[in-house]
Ligand binder design. Structure first.
Ligand code: CTP
Ligand code: MG
Length: 217
């Protein structure tokens, strides 16, 4: 088993109002935190980004290659897949926008792959009550929210992307093709920075966990 990572950092941050991956979070860029977490747990990292950031992020410790992104997240993942070395047997795909991922979450994803799953994803309970747009209440007890990193057998992920399909995450594409995707414990601290207020929440979470014997670095 030789596990690599792809960190996708080529989004435009439309909802945030700009490229959130280069915002500072306690003095360190969001994307640098995400890359460091994946570099610590895998053999090498491929970063997918845009413009000047390709050279900039390509020079970070643990980064083996940096490549240009695509129009959609799925297209960016495909560009990352194309840059993996032949020796990679497994791959974790992580959102640059999740800078606080705890090591334990990454480890759980890798462990499920070592146990033979085609894919493994960190999940957390849904805490809001839910309704469909048509107004039908939905029981949240049967639902979970899915985080990254999402881990895959390399060939399962490559097959799922071969048809150039689009989805907001990779597990959706692998599941559609009949792959077995197992759930592991995610963590509420592993939030995705989407709106500007999420950055403030991330700063507060970082400070909170530092005070209490912190997990994120
Ligand atoms: N991403 C990417 N390439 C794209 C779109 C998204 O690499 N074409 C990355 C983002 O940089 C982010 C992750 O995928 O790290 C999750 O996407 P999201 O949170 O939706 O980020 P953005 O697409 O940048 O934000 P928005 O949808 O608000 O524009
Ligand atoms: Mg997006």
């Amino acid at each position: 088993m030789e596990t690599w990572s792809i960190v996708v950092a080529a989004g435009s941050g439309r909802r945030f109002g700009g490229p959130k991956q280069v915002e500072l979070l306690d003095g360190r860029r969001v994307v640098e935190r995400s890359v460091a977490a994946m570099a610590a747990a895998t053999v090498g990292v491929v970063v997918v980004t845009t413009g000047d950031l390709v050279a900039d992020l390509g020079a970070l410790p643990g980064v083996a290659a940096a490549v240009e992104g695509g129009e959609t997240r799925s297209a960016s993942v495909r560009n990352g897949l194309a840059a993996l070395p032949d020796s990679a047997t497994h791959v974790l795909v992580h959102d640059a926008a999740r800078p606080l991922v705890p090591d334990a979450v990454v480890a759980a994803v890798v462990e499920a792959l070592a146990d033979g799953a085609d894919g493994s994803v960190p999940v957390v309970p849904v805490t809001d009550s839910l309704r469909t747009l048509e107004g039908t209440p939905v029981d949240r007890a049967g639902l979970v929210a899915v985080q990254t990193p999402q881990g895959f057998r390399r060939s399962a992920l490559a097959d799922a992307h071969a048809a150039a399909a689009d989805a907001t995450d990779d597990a959706t594409l692998v599941s559609r093709r009949g792959g077995t995707v197992v759930h592991v414990a995610g963590d509420p601290i592993n939030l995705k920075i989407t709106d500007p207020s999420d950055l403030a929440v991330a700063e507060a979470l970082l400070a909170h966990h530092r005070r209490n014997g912190a997990r994120p670095s």
